[in-house]
Design a protein around this ligand. Structure first.
Ligand SMILES: *Cc1c(COP(=O)(O)O)cnc(C)c1O
Length: 387
C-alpha cells in the first residue's frame, strides 16, 4: 500500500547520512569510550566530535553539551536537578499549560516534595501570558520552564522576551526546544536561556538520545548517579550510536536547514490552502505566523479527530490526532483546552507535521483522500443526527 508519513513531530526516519555515520559503530568500532586503549580512544574521539557538532549547532562550547537518553530525560534533569540543587533558595517553579508531558509531569512530581508550581495560561493562539508570568515571579522562584515551540499546534513562544524579564532576577530558565530543532535556528546565547533540551529522534537521529545544554555556572544536581561520565554529571556508558547519530544530524541541519525549512513551509502552506478551499467548517488551531514551518493543526467540525486518523491510516496516510502521548485517552488535548478552543472543535484536531522527505505529490494524494474521508464521515454524523 502507498504510505504517506505526515507525523514528523512524533518522530522522524533516520537520515541516510546519519545511518552511514553510525554503521562503523555497529560493526568494528565498539570500544568503551572510558577505556584508555586504542578501542576506547577511537570511540571517545567519535563522541567528542559529535559533542562539537551539537555545540556548534546551538552556538555554545562543547563542554556545555550533555548527552542523555532523550528529550524526556533532559527535561526531567533540568527541572528536578535545578529544584534539588536550589532548595535553599526557594521552592517555586513556573511553567506553562501547554508544555510536553515530560515538563508538566516533572513539575507535578515535585509537588509531592514540597515544591510549588505555577502553570501559566496561554492565549487563544497558544502563546504564554507574559503579564501573568511577571505577576507570578516571587522571592522563592528558582526556575521557569517554557517550551520553545509547541509540538501539537506549532506555536512559537517569545523566549527572548522571557529571558529579558528573567535577567532582573536570580531565576534559572529552561526551554524545551525539541519541536523547534531543525525548524528554527537555535542559539543559546541569543535566546538567553540557562538550560535547553533537544532530542535525537525528532531530527533524523536514532531514538533514545537527547541533549541538555547547561550554561556555565548553573547549579544543578545529577539525576543519574554512577561513574564519571559526561563530566561527572550524567553517569552511564555513553549511547555511542545515538550520540554519533546526533552529531551527524546536527551537522546536516547546519548545512541543509535553511533550504529544508523553505521546502516544508511551502508544502505545509499548500496543504493548508487546499484544505481551506475544499473542505467546509475547518479551524486552524494555533498562531498563523508565529508557528513552526512544518506543522498545521486543523479541526474538522462534526468529526472526531481519532476517526479521521483511523480512516486516513486505512488509506496509508499517517497523521496525529490531539497529542501522540495522550492518544488512547478520551480527554481532549491539554494544549487545545488551554487555548480555549471552542467546544465543537476541541475533539476534532488533526495534526499534520511535515518533513524534508515529503513531496508535492504526497500532499496532493493526502488532499484527495482527505476530501473523500471527511465527506463520508460527515454523512455518517448527519445520518446519526437525523435518527
Ligand atoms: C518528543 C518530545 C519530547 C520528548 O523527547 P523524547 O526524546 O521522545 O523523550 C519532549 N518535548 C517535546 C516538545 C517533544 O516533542
Amino acid at each position: 500500500m502507498r504510505r504517506v508519513y505526515l507525523d514528523y513531530n512524533s518522530t522522524t526516519p533516520i537520515d541516510k547520512e546519519v545511518k552511514e555515520a553510525i554503521m562503523p559503530f555497529l560493526e568494528n568500532k565498539f570500544g568503551n569510550p572510558s577505556n584508555l586503549h586504542y578501542f576506547g580512544r577511537e570511540t571517545r574521539e567519535a563522541i567528542e566530535n559529535a559533542r562539537r557538532k551539537v555545540a556548534e549547532f546551538l552556538n555554545t562550547k562543547p563542554e556545555r553539551i550533555f548527552f542523555t537518553s532523550g528529550g524526556t530525560e533532559s527535561c526531567n534533569w533540568a527541572i528536578k536537578g535545578i529544584a534539588i540543587a536550589n532548595q535553599n533558595k526557594g521552592n517555586h517553579i513556573i511553567t506553562s499549560a501547554i508544555e510536553h508531558s515530560s515538563v508538566l509531569n516533572s513539575c507535578l512530581a515535585l509537588k509531592k516534595f514540597g515544591f510549588e508550581i505555577t502553570i501559566l495560561p496561554v492565549d487563544e493562539y497558544g502563546i504564554v501570558d507574559i503579564d501573568y508570568l511577571k505577576k507570578s515571579i516571587r522571592k522563592n522562584t528558582i526556575l521557569v520552564s517554557i517550551m520553545h515551540s509547541n509540538n501539537e499546534v506549532g506555536t512559537i513562544q517569545p523566549i527572548e522576551e522571557i529571558s529579558q524579564i528573567l535577567k532582573n532576577y536570580d531565576i534559572y530558565f529552561h526551554t524545551d526546544a525539541v519541536a523547534s530543532a531543525g525548524k528554527i535556528k537555535l542559539d543559546v546565547e541569543k535566546l538567553g536561556v540557562d538550560l535547553l533540551t533537544i532530542s535525537g529522534h525528532k531530527i533524523h537521529a536514532p531514538k533514545g538520545v537527547g541533549v541538555l545544554y547547561i550554561r556555565e555556572g548553573v547549579n544543578i544536581e545529577n539525576l543519574i548517579h554512577g561513574g564519571h561520565h559526561e563530566q561527572g554529571k550524567r553517569a552511564g556508558t555513553e549511547n555511542l550510536i545515538g550520540i554519533v547519530g546526533m552529531g551527524k544530524a546536527c551537522e546536516i541541519l547546519m548545512r541543509d536547514m535553511e533550504k529544508d525549512i523553505e521546502k516544508m513551509k511551502k508544502l505545509r502552506d499548500y496543504l493548508e490552502k487546499k484544505i481551506l478551499e475544499n473542505i467546509e467548517d475547518v479551524r486552524i488551531n494555533g498562531h498563523l505566523e508565529k508557528r513552526l514551518c512544518n506543522t498545521t493543526n486543523i479541526s474538522f467540525g462534526y468529526i472526531e479527530g481519532e476517526a479521521l486518523l483511523v480512516n486516513l491510516d486505512l488509506e496509508g496516510i499517517a497523521v496525529a490526532s490531539g497529542s501522540a502521548c495522550a492518544s488512547g485517552e478520551p480527554e481532549p488535548s491539554h494544549v487545545l483546552k488551554a487555548m480555549n478552543v471552542p467546544i465543537e472543535y476541541i475533539n476534532s484536531p488533526v495534526r499534520f507535521s511535515l518533513g524534508k522527505e515529503n513531496t508535492k505529490e504526497e500532499i496532493d494524494y493526502t488532499i484527495e483522500v482527505l476530501i473523500k474521508v471527511v465527506k463520508r464521515l460527515r454523512e455518517i454524523t448527519a445520518f446519526k443526527k437525523r435518527i
